[in-house]
Design a protein around this ligand. Structure first.
Ligand code: ADE
Length: 234
């Protein structure tokens, strides 16, 4: 088994690399990929750069070039649900692209022919995340994540995304990573820690909490890796 751990920004993967300590750096497709062996299993780690296009490229590369069999994403998100506060964790049950719009042709937002509005994350890993949360003494909310090539810092836009996709959080990569993993039959898990509320204070809040929230998410994702290994031994 080879596990991919992905983020979008350096701050999102730095805590993971720091914890692992020793790794090999491989440059490929205008990006850096970090490989190591952890508890006898191969890991490939990378940050994609922000947005749907770069995250699509990185997820595809991790699977097709580096041979990842499972993918875990760690990062930060803007909260839509009022129950999510800065530092809280959300596990994606399913993901949509909020900025995909061919409604002019009578299709719903987020839909293109032969696609689907939502892509579901791996149910087994969502179940395992409940065990991890319990063991870590953390509360983890499950919910719908909406993805788009937009940093949302506007209450009206945020509320529209919430209402249209019934979404609890928003970010800029999960939906595209989900499409890649689904198409290539790779189970995936998307975890985000809240950095802001996608409102007029979002950019300030993001800058303030990016690092601490990214650490929250990274610690949990590493425990997910431990849990996957523990379960594959049984
Ligand atoms: N990631 C974290 N906060 C975000 C926001 N407000 N919009 C888009 N992506 C984000």
């Amino acid at each position: 088994m080879k596990i991919a751990i992905m983020g979008a920004m350096p701050e999102e993967v730095a805590p993971i690399l720091e914890k692992l300590g020793d790794y090999k750096t491989i440059e490929y497709a205008n990006n850096k990929f970090y490989e190591t062996t952890y508890k006898g299993v191969e890991l490939v780690i990378a940050y994609s750069k922000i947005g749907k296009v770069f995250s699509t490229l990185t997820a595809t590369t991790m699977i097709q070039h580096f041979g990842a069999d499972v993918l875990l994403f760690s990062g930060v998100a803007g909260a839509i649900s009022p129950t999510l506060k800065v530092g809280d964790l959300i596990v994606a049950t399913k993901l949509a692209q909020h900025d995909l719009d061919i409604t002019a042709f009578g299709h719903p937002y987020g839909f293109v022919p032969e696609g689907s509005v939502f892509v579901e994350a791996d149910k087994r890993m969502i179940e395992l995340s409940k065990e991890v949360a319990k063991e870590m003494g953390k509360v983890v909310q499950e919910g719908i994540i909406a993805t788009g090539d937009q940093f949302v810092a506007n209450e009206e836009r945020k509320n529209w995304i919430g209402a249209t996709f019934n979404a609890d959080a928003l970010e800029m990569e999960g939906g595209s990573v989900a499409v890649v993993c689904n198409a290539l039959n790779v189970p995936f898990f998307i975890l985000r820690a809240i950095s802001d509320a996608a409102d007029m204070d979002a950019s300030f809040s993001f800058d303030t909490f990016l690092e601490t929230s990214a650490i929250e998410s990274a610690e949990f994702v590493l425990k997910m890796v431990d849990k996957l290994l523990e379960k594959s031994e049984n």
